[in-house]
Design a protein. Structure first.
Lengths: 285, 303
């Protein structure tokens, strides 16, 4: 490795600090008492406490923390809802998405061009545009407003175009001879797909799963319109607790940190796949 | 292509995904186009709403608040994407060399994009807080006057722009770096042997060769910038006044606070058309570059 000017390392370090700083700040504040957050003398030295997390997660604790008078179960319920919705919608999206992507890559058929172009076009539809019609249809026609299934349906639909399109670029790279060999051995198209093709596109599936989970886990607008008290997700509860005048910063930073943990874990474990997915996105248009 | 597959097989593979997208995407979009011609409030079924023809669209033409939010949206999108492109591409050109810690930087740089926009808004709202916020504390401890980060119109707009730049510059950096590292080494070598300086190399070789990726990246970011909602919602909720009320936020407020679903649908259509134009531009651009590359390849093979 050639020697580089130390200025480059200084720049590199500065960028890392700038990117991480705000996130570390949130983590730090989530471990502080509100007195410490608001006191005028700040603030690198403080006694870390798990109180905010105990308050947020009180219904999962096996002991009763002294500082909680009445356990507010809103956040715990939202966390369970968020996990259920994100995991189920990711699973469904992946299964439907990879089947569709396979059809578009490996078969020539009537309507292939239209489907392909249509998928590309609906990718750009933002949640704000879907807000009015989805609220109307889900409430008055399907009668699934306020249900977990209703939220899962719209998340699957929103994520499918992206997943189909990103998996296409991975399926193209699977050598077709493998599939032909499977066919020769008497495997039908579905067996070929599930037993030969799927195992070979695992990296693509991982990238697609992370992107899908992230959208479902982070989404606010549609969840806010569709969910009722029992089916609220974490982003909705966070925004709800923000609109009050007296913001409980410590608690809200703790809930924010809990919401940020899964995406952060994914990033640390699979940054390579995420970058591949992102780059494939821009380069292949 | 696979031979001897049943004619129906591709349709069986496609059916579930297409069914979901038709029911939960295409149908709602058609429904919204229809709703934009209605005078409709959330307590009515759509069948009970009055048909008012193009009235919602005519009202949009004369609605100063809508014009303001359209202008804020365009200003926001152009400004953030412009700044992010310059910063992201600049950093990529600067750091495209063998450095220890680049992998760490790339991993850390993805974080702001991966965590929830709600959380990004939350963090920045804390940092912009007038008394306990990080920025005003630093200004204060340096003996400088504090800034009205979110409470003054122009400051609030700048604050929202800064938060978006923090979140999305890494996207452009990572994509430009990938583009730079896949450039043909031969072109660079040839230019260097001919005595090109660093700047000449960047302006006449690297940037032109990166152009296709840069244009697509820029369009992708523009599309995303038009969709931004949550960060602004948490930071300012559109205020003070209408200074940061982007179109997506205006739509959601028209629907939920003013309870005018038909009018909100008409606004959604305007946003959708804007995004459609950008998407089509991107699609056409990639088709043209592909065709050009194919022609060049054919010419080389003939010659």
């Amino acid at each position: 490795m050639p020697r580089q000017n130390p200025a480059f390392y200084a720049l590199l370090a500065a960028l890392i600090v700038m990117a991480l700083g705000p996130i570390v700040l949130m983590l730090g504040n989530s471990l502080k008492m509100n007195v410490d957050i608001t006191s005028p003398t700040s603030s690198l030295l403080f006694m870390p406490t798990l109180r905010n997390y105990e308050t947020a997660l009180c219904d999962f604790l096996w002991y009763e923390p002294e500082h909680i008078r009445r356990c507010d179960k809103t956040f715990g319920r939202a966390l369970v809802n968020s996990l259920t919705i994100s995991i189920i919608s990711t699973g469904i999206t992946l299964i439907l998405g990879c089947m569709a992507a396979y059809a578009l890559v490996r078969f020539r058929f009537m309507g292939r061009g239209v489907t392909s172009l249509g998928t590309l076009m609906v990718r750009m539809v933002p949640p704000a545009v879907l807000l009015v019609p989805v609220f109307g249809i889900w409430t008055f026609q399907f009668g699934i407003d306020g249900t977990i299934g209703g939220i899962i349906l719209i998340y699957v639909a929103m994520n499918l175009p992206f997943v189909i399109w990103i998996l296409q670029s991975f399926i193209v790279q699977v050598p077709i001879q493998l599939e032909e060999a499977a066919r020769m051995d008497g495997a039908g198209p579905f067996r070929t797909f599930f037993l030969v093709v799927l195992p070979l596109i695992k990296p693509g599936l991982a990238a697609a799963a992370i992107f899908t989970f992230r959208v479902a886990w982070n989404e606010f607008l549609l969840a806010n319109a569709l969910a009722d008290r029992a089916t609220r997700t974490v982003p909705v509860t966070i925004v709800n607790s923000l609109t009050e005048y007296d913001i409980d910063w410590g608690l809200i930073m703790a809930t924010g940190t809990l919401l940020a943990i899964p995406p952060i874990l994914f990033t640390l474990v699979a940054s390579r796949q995420i970058i591949t997915g992102m780059t494939a996105g821009a380069v292949k248009g | 292509m696979l031979a001897n597959a049943n004619r129906l097989t591709p349709y069986l593979f496609l059916l579930p995904a297409v069914a979901v997208m038709v029911v939960a995407l295409l149908y709602p979009i058609g429904y919204m186009i229809w709703a934009s011609f209605l005078d409709w409030n959330p307590s009515q079924r759509i069948g009970e709403a009055d048909f008012v023809g193009l009235r919602n669209y005519f009202n949009l033409l004369g609605d100063a608040a809508f014009h303001e939010s359209l202008w804020v949206t365009v200003k926001f999108a152009v400004l953030v994407v412009g700044i992010e492109m310059v910063l992201g591409v600049g950093l990529a050109l600067l750091l495209d060399r063998e450095l220890r810690g680049m992998t760490l930087l790339r991993t850390v740089f993805i974080l702001p994009m991966m965590i929830a926009p709600i959380v990004v808004g939350l963090i920045w709202r804390y940092m912009y807080h007038p008394t306990v916020g990080t920025f005003n504390r630093i200004l204060d401890s340096l003996g400088l006057p504090t800034a009205p980060w979110l409470s003054d119109g122009d400051w609030a707009f700048a604050s929202v722009v800064i938060a978006d730049i923090w979140q999305w510059t890494p996207f452009i950096f990572i994509l430009s770096l990938a583009a730079l590292q896949s450039l043909p080494k031969s072109a660079m070598e040839a230019a260097r042997i001919d005595g090109a300086t660093g700047w000449q190399l960047i302006w006449h070789i690297k940037i032109p060769l990166m152009m296709p990726v840069l244009i697509v990246t820029c369009l992708l970011r523009l599309i995303d910038a038009f969709k931004v909602l949550e960060v602004v919602l948490v930071l300012t909720n559109g205020g003070p006044g209408l200074s940061t009320e982007i179109l997506a936020l205006r739509i959601s407020r028209t629907a939920s606070e003013f309870r005018e679903l038909g009018y909100a649908a008409a606004m959604s259509n305007v946003l959708l058309i804007l995004l459609l134009i950008l998407t089509l531009a991107m699609f056409l651009y990639t088709k043209i570059t592909e065709a050009r590359a194919a022609r060049v390849r054919a010419a080389i093979e003939e010659g």
